[in-house]
Design a protein around this ligand. Structure first.
Ligand SMILES: Cc1ncc(COP(=O)(O)O)c(C=O)c1O
Length: 415
């Protein structure tokens, strides 16, 4: 968006993009449109709205179709969907009832029985469950490749297998913080796509986006978010997002309507309220995380720390981080000396952080991936993905960083 030919930054655009106060009695902030259904002015208007919602026709330039029913569309959801594209530069966005709603609806929109999806491993535990247990029930094969795999290793999975129709990358990976090469995946998708098959590149951008990474600009077709995390930012809602071209998001919205994975006006309104502070929250949380990482790296009870850009992540990981991200974010892992018992001692001794799953909220959340978020993976799968018994995941919040360090210090002394 621009005014006087000066292109404004996302932080400015989100204050006005997507909302016309004149359509809401001049209200400075969108009211909550808490309604299940919308009244058509004429039968023809209703017919046209359904044609567009079910993808039976495409929208004409300047056309503004009537709203139908909140499972299909709602002003709060639509305002948010327009605003939220400001950072990633997407043509369109779709809001969901959860990140898992976005992931499952997107995969089902593009994959059919007989197809194969390859995915960076590990991914969030719910996504793992969906890929390893649910998609195969519908005869959709899923094959993991290690997060951070070389282009050649990813390519091996695609070159002799014409059933591969999608590459799914979560970068950085939950919980190992390992980056995967989005540019290389794009090249592979292009090289092996033809008239008979299109390989879709899907990236879960929850950990770094939208402030510190923009996978659409690196070649992703669709990006996904758990909006429960940084977008919502206050641990008081559950939501998801999918973004990409109008064509891709249009199809995803048809599946959302029929699967019923839509969000609701109150949730969309709350996320809308969180947008103005998204950038400053993510920047300050990152500043706090950097201080905590510095502390943990020198603590004798800590075996190792995983955080984007650290030299101990390996040369390839640092190179990928520099190429794909503009910041380090506020998610990290550390490994206690010992195993589960020592990790549990630290977790049980924590006073100011909250021991809970989820991440990206204003309060620091600490958890044990092996037995909590990633509990469903087998021991061998966890071992393979680098999820160990002594690993603790920390999402750094907005508390005073000195207090957080003191909290970790006293807890580590008890391990
Ligand atoms: C990277 C990532 N993707 C997706 C999800 C799922 O999101 P939700 O819990 O909103 O369904 C999570 C949840 O923790 C996550 O960490």
């Amino acid at each position: 968006m621009s005014s006087n030919h000066h292109p404004v930054k996302p932080q400015t655009a989100i204050f006005s993009k997507g909302y016309d106060p004149q359509r809401s009695e001049g209200a400075a902030v969108p009211p909550v449109f808490r309604t299940s259904t919308f009244i058509f002015k004429t039968a023809a208007e209703g017919k046209r709205a359904f044609e567009l919602a079910y993808g039976l026709d495409t929208m004409k330039l300047g056309e503004s179709p009537a709203l139908i029913y909140t499972r299909v569309n709602n002003p709060n959801c639509e305002i948010l969907e327009t605003k939220i594209t400001a950072w990633d530069g997407a043509e369109d966005a779709a809001i969901f009832s959860s990140g898992m709603g976005a992931i499952s609806s997107t995969c089902l929109a593009f994959l059919k029985p007989g197809d194969t999806l390859i995915f960076s491993d590990p991914v969030y535990g719910g996504t793992e469950f969906f890929f390893r247990r649910i998609l195969p029930m519908f005869n959709i094969r899923t094959i993991p490749f290690p997060a951070g795999a070389s282009k050649a290793d990813m390519e091996k999975l695609v070159q002799n297998d014409p059933t591969v129709k999608a590459i799914f990358i979560e970068s950085p990976a939950n919980p190992t913080i390992m980056m995967s090469d989005i540019g290389a995946a794009r090249e592979i998708a292009d090289q092996y796509s033809d008239d008979a098959r299109k390989i879709l590149l899907i990236v879960d951008n929850t950990f770094m986006g939208p402030i510190f990474s923009s996978p659409l600009k690196l070649g992703a077709d669709v990006i996904l978010y758990s909006a429960t995390k940084f977008f919502g930012g206050h641990s008081d809602l559950v939501a998801g997002l999918a973004m990409g071209s109008k064509e891709h998001v249009g199809l995803i919205k048809v599946f959302r309507t029929i699967l019923g994975s839509n969000s609701d006006p109150d949730t969309a309104w709350l996320i809308h309220r969180s947008l103005a502070t998204l950038q400053i929250r993510m920047e300050k949380q990152q500043e706090n995380a950097i201080k905590i990482v510095e502390f943990l790296r020198t603590h004798p009870q800590v075996q190792a720390v995983a955080y984007p850009g650290l030299p101990e992540m390996g040369e390839n990981q640092v190179e990928l981080w520099k190429r794909q991200c503009t910041g380090t974010g506020s998610l990290l892992c550390f490994f206690t000396q010992g195993g589960e018992a020592e990790a549990f001692k630290v977790l049980d001794a924590i006073q100011h952080m909250k021991m809970a799953v989820s991440l990206g909220g204003v309060e620091s959340l600490i958890e044990h991936p092996y037995s909590m978020t990633h509990a469903d993976m087998t021991a061998a799968e966890k071992d393979h993905a680098g999820i160990t018994q002594n690993m603790i995941r920390l999402s750094v919040g907005l508390e005073d960083p000195d207090d957080l360090i003191a909290d970790l210090k006293q807890a580590l002394e008890k391990s």
